[in-house]
Design a protein around this ligand. Structure first.
Ligand SMILES: Cc1ncc(COP(=O)(O)O)c(C=O)c1O
Length: 450
């Protein structure tokens, strides 16, 4: 199994052929999920005592299993938050696995950590964080939100040791991503619900009202969203930041989806106040063209985060005592993959300007999509887009009409566009992150809504 023989050479060739062919499919097929029974019938049992041999297992993947996975990089995959990794990032993902790097500590992975940190520095600069800022790449926005909020609570307890056992709270609007409520459940903290404005945004005045009315445990953090998952709208970051400064509260900004817009110069004013974040996250696997999974979590004061997250044990002290930058210390994890490297490689290869242009393409497409919907005879825009998410209704349709249509257009291989709801009404939602999605793609979909 660990010996390189002729069979292994052939397999290396076949896997590389498959990987490069898949990357170059233009466009890739949208594909379709299949039931477990169908997959069982087509694949059978793969885990056997003697093994099936790499060639046969690769065939099963290529012919049956991979086509049963939707291609998130298809230009008409417009549901949830899609992905559109660059070829450079995907290729380097293969190289990262081949390199057998352990990037949890500087001792073991100095070169990888150095490179990841340069990519994180670029993100800190976009946010406007100071020279000491830094952080780590984790698996996704969910993990980043949890780790950021754990750091916030830890700092609060350092400052107020009398609250070592008090149940605490974080403040957030209902438009914050579901992972905030999930983090609160894991941490056993309350969520102070901030009343959103008419467009679903958290604002400074509403935050003040919510904090003033709160009579539970101390609030250790405020969560604002830079690009809400459902609407794409950016919260009133300046208002929230000002109140956090006034009340000395940790300001956590979730830019998992929308943080990418920071690299578009003309959009920067929409993010005013973000530079006062104590913690910030953006997922390169969403709109910064990295393959899954990759979320960047950065702190204005990483030492505070380190005190919250470092694990201590006899067998780890050699790492901790060395005083180096150990990525394991900045989130709730220990072993980790160098998941920032594919992003770093592509960013270093293409340059930051190309990222700004590619992100802007989706923002412009959202503006064009809004125009097309305004002119459409049977569709109506629900909200003016701010970033690259567009919500619209098909006049006269019920929830089941939307679901039937969505299932049908997926079966037809046309698009993955799924319904969501806005203020209790079922509507459609597009999220653009793929610079290869065009207005022709949108026209094809809109024609089925006539
Ligand atoms: C604003 C926001 N935060 C957090 C998340 C969770 O990210 P992940 O799916 O990478 O855990 C998402 C996912 O869409 C998101 O849009």
């Amino acid at each position: 199994m660990h010996v390189h023989d002729r069979e292994a050479s052939q397999l290396a060739f076949d896997v590389f052929r498959y990987a490069t062919e898949r990357m170059r499919l233009d466009p890739p097929p949208l594909d379709h999920p299949r039931s477990a029974d169908e997959l069982n019938a087509a694949v059978g049992v793969t885990i056997t005592e003697q093994g099936l041999g790499g060639t046969e297992v690769l065939r099963l993947w290529e012919d049956v299993l991979s086509p049963a996975c939707l291609s998130v990089d298809h230009p008409r995959f417009l549901a949830f938050v899609p992905a559109a990794p660059t070829e450079a990032a995907t290729l380097f993902d293969l190289a990262v696995s081949a390199s057998s790097v352990y990037p949890g500590s500087w001792l073991e992975g100095a070169g990888a950590v150095f490179a990841e940190n340069q990519a994180l520095r670029w993100i800190c600069d976009l946010v406007g964080l100071g020279p000491d800022a830094g952080g780590v790449f984790v698996s996704g926005g969910t993990a980043a939100n949890l780790s950021g909020l754990i750091a916030a609570r830890h700092r609060f307890r350092e400052r107020f040791p009398e609250h070592a056992r008090t149940r605490m709270a974080v403040a957030a609007a209902a438009s914050a991503h579901s992972s905030i409520a999930a983090a609160a459940r894991v941490m056993d903290v309350d969520v102070v619900a901030v009343e959103p404005d008419e467009r679903g945004r958290l604002t400074g005045p509403a935050l003040r009202r919510a904090l003033d009315a709160w009579d539970g445990g101390p609030v250790c953090a405020v969560v604002a969203t830079a690009g809400a998952t459902n609407s794409g709208l950016i919260d009133d970051l300046a208002g929230a930041a000002a109140l956090c400064t006034e009340r000395d509260l940790w300001f956590h900004v979730d830019g998992a989806y929308g943080g990418a817009g920071l690299c578009v110069e003309r959009m920067r004013s929409h993010y005013a106040g973000i530079e006062r974040a104590d913690s910030f996250l953006v997922d390169p696997h969403k709109w910064l063209f990295a393959p899954f999974d990759c979320a960047a979590l950065v702190y204005a004061d990483p030492l505070a985060a380190r005190r919250a997250h470092t694990q201590h044990a006899e067998y780890l002290d050699v790492l901790t005592d060395a005083g180096e930058w150990n990525p394991s210390d900045f989130a709730h994890h220990l072993s980790r993959r160098a998941r920032g490297l594919p992003f770093w490689f592509s960013l270093a290869a293409h340059g930051t300007q190309a990222y700004g242009v590619a992100v802007d393409a989706s923002i412009r497409l959202a503006e064009q999509a809004a125009e097309m919907i305004r002119e459409h005879p049977t569709c109506e825009l629900v909200l003016d887009p701010e970033l690259s998410i567009v919500m619209f209704r098909r006049v006269g349709w019920t929830a089941s009409d939307y679901q039937r249509w969505s299932d049908q257009v997926l079966r037809d291989g046309l698009t993955l566009t799924v319904p969501t709801s806005w203020l209790g009404e079922t509507v459609l939602r597009w999220c653009f992150v793929n610079p290869r999605t065009t207005t022709d793609d949108l026209r094809l979909i809109l024609d089925t809504l006539l």
